[in-house]
Ligand binder design. Sequence first.
Ligand code: MCF
Ligand code: FE
Length: 401
Amino acid sequence: MIKLKADYVITMNEKNEVLKNAEVLFDKKIIDVGYNLKGEEIYLGKNSVLMPALINAHTHLEFSKNKTLLDYGDFITWLECVIDKREELFISCKGECYKNAIEEMKKSGVCAFGEISSSGNDLKYLKHSPLKVVYFNEIIGANPAIVDVMYQDFLNRFNESKKLENEKFKVGVSIHSPYSVHPILMDKVISLAKEENLPIQAHFMESKAERLWLDKGEGEFKIFFEKHFKNAKPLIKPIEFLEKFKDTNTTFVHCVHANDKELQKINEIKAFIAHCPVSNRLLNVGKLDLEKVKNNHIDYSVATDGLSSNYSLNLFKEIRAALLMHTELHPKYLAKDLLKAVTKIAAKELNLNNGSLEKGKDADLISFKLPSEVKDIEYLPLHIILHTNEVEKLYINGEEI
Ligand code: MCF
Ligand code: FE
């Protein structure tokens, strides 16, 4: 059993309590949070913060070798570039490359991440990850002629990953997007997820081009599809796409160009949004309307996406980018939401039993120090986001990593 004491304890409990000079008692699970708990305490020091460890809900570690290879600034140009360089990037990302990616997340206090796997190449490198992994096997393929082949390939990867499930490695499924997956494949994969109660992720309404293509069959995607496939037509209406995920645990990634009806639908089916602000900026697709997301009562996480569309996997840097980008929101309140986004909400998206310091939750926690005292506790989240890049301690299932 370990008892830690910190100047500030952020619980993320139902009441969203922040406790001053409080203690957290845990073994593999959180046993208690409060004052005068039993056992010998470790005091974390002046201006110390203890909080749930962070969760990076959406990444693509397969692309971790990318630094300067891909073209940023326009979504379709980036996509063409990814198609072109995908193999090269995958082949060159081996042990050290995955290790570095995980290390960067770990240093920033990440205890768990959602990995979108399109090839299965990453499996052997992630099965012994020191961080918890939710491994989303991705399905992609819009051509009806190869639906069966694509599904079989998906199933093979899925079954391989299933064999490795344990306390720290869980499996999910990912439907790449409404423009790139045939509805037959969507249905097959969603029904599998329902049977096995698996979390789902899907990229949705990331670019203006996607909006135009799905609404009208026009725009840059028309040119893109004419180049790659013959007679391509949009395969599904965005609302129909969303409806397919009713009664599942689904996270829609990006949603920058989702309209009011779609946001209402996302709320109605109790789905989540994963917000990737740096990725959105670099691919120059616009900015998620967080005010609308909030007004529609949708819970959102913040994630880095992969190094395919980011320069870093540090999750503190990512939420700082969000804080600076969303100028329409008061920084004090936005900061509060952002900390919740990378802990409690991300845990829900990934079906994990962590993300808050409450009795019975997994003991996944981080500690670090602020440069000086925060008098008004209302400003604590803001100062944490402004002043933290790396953490001092990271515990996963009660073990210091
Ligand atoms: O989230 C970003 C941008 N939107 C879509 N896809 C990806 C992102 N980063 C990597 N990807 C992957 C995706 O999973 O790129 C491929 C898919 O495997 C695009 S389609 C060749
Ligand atoms: Fe992504």
